[in-house]
Design a protein around this ligand. Sequence first.
Ligand code: ATP
Length: 498
Amino acid sequence: MVSIDEINSFCKRKGLVFPSSEMYGGVAGIFDYGPVGVELKNNIKKEWWNSIVHSHDNVVGMDGSILTNSKVWEASGHVDNFVDLLVECKKCGAKLRADHLIEEILKKPTEGLSSKQLDEIISKNKIRCTECKKGELSSVSEFNLMFKTNIGPSGKEFAFLRPETAQLIFTQFKNIVEVSRMKLPFGIAQIGKAFRNEISPRNFLFRMREFEQMELEFFCHPKKKDECDLFDGVKDVSVNTLTAAEQENGAHKLSKKTISELYKSKLIKSKWHAYWIASRVKWYFDLGIRQENLRIREHVSKELSHYSASTWDIEYNYEFGWKELEGIADRTDFDLQQHAKVSKKDMAIHDEATGEKVVPHVVSEPSVGVDRAFLTFIIDAYNEEEVNGEKRIFLKLNPKLAPVKAAVFPLVNKEGMDKKAEEIYKELKKHFPTFYDDSGSIGRRYRRMDEIGTPFCITIDGQTMQDSTVTLRSRDTLEQQRVKVSELVTKINKTLCA
Ligand code: ATP
């Protein structure tokens, strides 16, 4: 498997991602997206939005602010509880995340362990600082991950940069219900920036301090979590599974199960939760993530967040192990009740079907980082092979995600081929992102496009000038076929819409 460091330098080389403010030394955990990267990132967001909002009659979107009244975060519990556990090196002063340090050194999971338990493990195993390799470590303390900033000129008012997008959905819940006239069950979705002052950001885009999230809060009547009319459409989705019981028994072997089996055996506790887990898994599979690299893992009880009745993570098998790509929690009515309590505003809504007034439950909250998804799609699509004694790197991205869909090359810049190529390029560009390249050998031009995952390359040659056909070359099979210029748009569009 390609290493994270290789992916990092590949992304920089190809204009996908750069360290932010690099010319001044950069900032750990903060990145900028370049010309190619921004296209891929936007395509991921577009596919998510289509599958969550536009494909469901009962889901609407919103776009909340980054700065909010700090009471939001008091009510949600973030001011008190949004902490990671920190140890400090007594010699070099390095600050390290205690659970990650133990996982790295002892190769053991630490989910749900308290600061006292982590302290005990550190002293029992005589774990030292991994930076200076010598220093003794302080005892474990809590570190709140929220960034604080001032609002207005007085310097007295402050706000937090949001550490998740979800709370903005809860605080606008009543307004949205009113204006969109949504009836239970329904969802509210959002894509936007989130900020976490991670103790030790690492693994490139996996753990950042500024990132983007795509989140859906799906609300339903607390007694109707099993009334899901969409379930049959996903019941046969089959995925590698690791249940809480299997983890507690020390069994870490994966077995493939269908969503229907998981729901019937009550391993996934409600039908709506099962529906959203299946839909999200299917989304990754449909966009090309290899099935063997993905699994769903149930949270063990000590790991469950205080607000969650049940959580499943979609995990990817990264170079540094199986890690969370997306979390899908049943968040109960915790957040709406908290905001009702702190704001003293009624968060209950009228349920038309039963005539009751209820505070709905978030039966499912699929939440994924755009950047983590971006990294995962690239790792999974990254391929190296040897063609005619030369190394070929190609990103086997689903054409829907590919930053550029087609590239147009004149074989030579003479005999009218350049003019013809430009004409074709201009026409294709009206339909999908297309790139024009007339410099270097054709082989070189192909390689450049393969590296950024362009599914089609079109070459204009001498024959084009006679019969209006071009060669259409496929990134994945390297197959070249002769295609009429007039058929190019339809042919390429067919793949993009598949
Ligand atoms: P982790 O255990 O990896 O810190 P988390 O459980 O704190 O993640 P959530 O709060 O559930 O994460 O956030 C939802 C999603 O947001 C995650 O599944 C991940 O895709 C993304 N995410 C969270 N923190 C980061 C980060 N620091 N950098 C990039 N993406 C992140």
